[in-house]
Design a protein around this ligand. Sequence first.
Ligand code: FAD
Length: 647
Amino acid sequence: MSVVDRQEWDVVVVGAGGAGLRAAIEARERGARTAVICKSLFGKAHTVMAEGGIAAAMANANEHDNWKVHFRDTMRGGKFLNQWRMAELHAQEAPQRVWELETWGALFDRTKDGRISQRNFGGHEYPRLAHVGDRTGLELIRTLQQKIVSLQQEDKKETGDYESRLKVYQECTVTRILKDGSRVSGVFAYERETGRFFVLEAPSVVIATGGIGKSFKVTSNSWEYTGDGHALALLAGAPLLNMEFVQFHPTGMVWPPSVKGILVTESVRGDGGVLRNSEGKRFMFDYVPDVFKEKYAESEEEGDRWYEDPDNNRRPPELLPRDEVARAINAEVKAGRGSPHGGVFLDVSTRMPAEVIKRRLPSMYHQFKELADVDITAEPMEVGPTCHYVMGGIAVDSDTAAARGVPGLFAAGEVAGGMHGSNRLGGNSLSDLLVFGRRAGWHAAEHAAAQAFERPGVSDPQIDSAAAEALRPFSAEGPAGSVDAGRPPENPYTLHQELQQAMNDLVGIIRREAEMEQALEKLAELRVRAHRAGVEGHRQFNPGWHLALDLRNMLLVSECVARAALERTESRGGHTREDHPEMDRRWRNVNLLCRLADPTGGLAATDPERGQIDLVRETTEPVRQDLLALFEKEELVKYLAEEELYQ
Ligand code: FAD
């Protein structure tokens, strides 16, 4: 039996990005003793990288904006597959969450009359993104971190201990959610520096681990995005929703190779940047789909006038939702009209004076200067699609953020599914983190309080089994008599590269049936080999070991993406099928749920035929009538399934 340190909390939050920190603040303020655990240093989560801003209908830049317009834009962006109640709560509560951040010390950019400045972004009818230059995520995390420290100072005054009610365990990775029967009872984790195992016991666990981008070769995502939370939920018995929807951001860097995939913020287009092909043509005018035709400019002149006079002109098509722009760029490159390094040109140099570019887009200016030796005030950037965000995620209750079917498990932020439907609008993630981070913390605290007299327990065999699983890479050859006996260990880095290549090439931006079948075969092969992923050395800071453990998660999540993408025979948002290029209204009310094939939480790792994931179809809940009434009937006809229209 392993001897591991155990500590008791009311709520454990896994992840210290925007969603995790907002959840932790809420839980602690509602009286729950709360622990936060994160893979990286406190204050360094992926949220820090967010650039453009937080979407909230505060109406500072255009008085016509309100939550109903924001709701409509979000549903259109998600092609009506959004969990509509989440989209409603999000649009209603986002402004409050931004003002609250300001009272906690966030310093947003200002309008001339001193209000929070709001900028344009793709798919948003009005300027709606509250921002801090192009470093909004950094300010958001700084503010939440400061709030946590101030709560700890209050606790010190009252109890003599800063960490008595709110403690951060940084550079620690959770590998299993622990359960007592069906109820959550805590998490099993290791400290990255020492390799020491420990258990945090709690009746409520909030998963806020972000996305899955590191399963793809070209991505804007940070090293932390290995789909851990998605996999932890699956292994604990919760389903994942609509995992086929992966957002490929249209503008990542394409050159030099070492920085391929790094994000070029949408603010560049929001502030006036235009896309051109190798012939100098603003090609986006050729790619406005029917559903958006009435909302976008037909000529360059009209598009340009919109920046000054948005009430009397339509917006330029460079500001279509991301899925549309990414597909258009892909098509231009494929047609031989790309830039020298396989992207297209994004130009601000001819659109704004140099000093305005440097002031409004300081990070982009430095990013291109330092990484590509390109001066964006004088020449265009080269850009192309990059894997950016996952819309699919843990299936949650819209109001409480409770994960479906596992009492005590909650999820918020990028790891949770539903809010963004088939495609997320830029800026809607940071607001999502705040709105649903708060809701997750609130309901996790309430759930914990309700369990106070009957706390779920953690058994020793569970801890032993989690420890054995984590130690497996040190004895990858397997004991005599086991299936792996005598076979050489596999290098986790090689496995990871092969996985990324397969997902990029076979389940990427444009999908085909035969390629996805091929991807599933490759994933099955990798799964068997990953069972023998082996590492040398010891448990003290050993990145190879960490990657070997992350592989389990990336393989699980990749299988979900590939299986769901194969099943959905239409194109919608972040899921484009070359063999089924149209959006099909019959799929509007279909959700695809992924569950672990073995409900006991075991992994069918050595059986390539079986796969690890079962897929089921579920009918979506009909959109509430008063929300449908916010749209014109002619528009609804384009989206809703036949039977929904009759209702
Ligand atoms: P994160 O901020 O990623 O936090 C995840 C946390 O989970 C981290 O602390 C990590 O260490 C921890 N973690 C992960 N696995 C484990 C584990 N196993 N054990 C313990 N801890 C774990 N969105 C917008 O709305 N506006 C923008 O302008 C914008 N710009 C972006 C720019 C870039 C370059 C990128 C990549 C994304 C951008 N996004 C933007 C998207 C947005 O930043 C993310 O969707 C959002 O920050 C996710 O926040 P989160 O709290 O869900 O997760």
